[in-house]
Design a protein around this ligand. Sequence first.
Ligand code: ADP
Ligand code: ADP
Ligand code: ZN
Length: 213
Amino acid sequence: MKIVMLGAPGAGKGTQAINIAKEYDIPHVSTGDIFRANIKNGTELGMKAKEYMDKGALVPDEVTIGMLLDRISEPDCKNGYVLDGFPRTIPQAESLRKALTEKGDKLDVAVNIEVPDAVIEERMSGRRACLKCGATYHVVYTPPKKEGICDNCGSELVQRADDKPETVKARLATYHEQTQPLIDFYKKEGILKEVDGTQSPSDVFKAVMEALS
Ligand code: ADP
Ligand code: ADP
Ligand code: ZN
């Protein structure tokens, strides 16, 4: 199963991608997580990405596309994957399609998690992230069992630097301008499924599983 998650920042892509990855036993591939791991390790790629991430802008396609295509050519991706945060631009989607077509392969489903901007701003302000395993929580909606600690791996949770309100506004503008057109792109490909992301996380997951079946 090769799945793409679409949706605004904070729509719940990561939350659902982790569930899907467990259900289908495929890797959860998050470009945001890959960039954050590089920033943490002080790599050149990380330093370059951080410049853009801090502003709420997209990391340039020249950097992002090669990185993602390398990742999905690793052996653990051979039976499929769930892409979270990629593609985010039309050129990214076209490059992915081309790379798959060359191998006689294709995506199975693009799931769009639909959430209005007003709800997003509230979700982002309460988001807490585990930089070690990629799990996310919300201080009100989906709190961890022990405050500030990841249920999954026991690491300390942090508020992401780019989740402050000014940056969230910039990221939403970036989303509407550069990423939203992908909804039509995948509709034309005939693989788009829409899910109402304003329901509880478990109801969203039910709807996602229906969309995938
Ligand atoms: P969110 O979970 O809020 O959608 P991500 O963790 O996916 O955010 O991404 C964080 C930031 O990393 C983005 O705002 C952007 O700067 C950068 N980024 C992640 N994926 C991509 C991508 N496919 N193309 C360009 N930039 C990306
Ligand atoms: P994305 O990967 O699309 O940026 P996340 O999965 O990180 O989004 O979710 C953003 C924030 O909203 C997190 O704090 C998460 O715990 C919370 N969240 C995710 N899904 C829901 C939901 N259905 N209802 C309420 N809060 C949610
Ligand atoms: Zn963790």
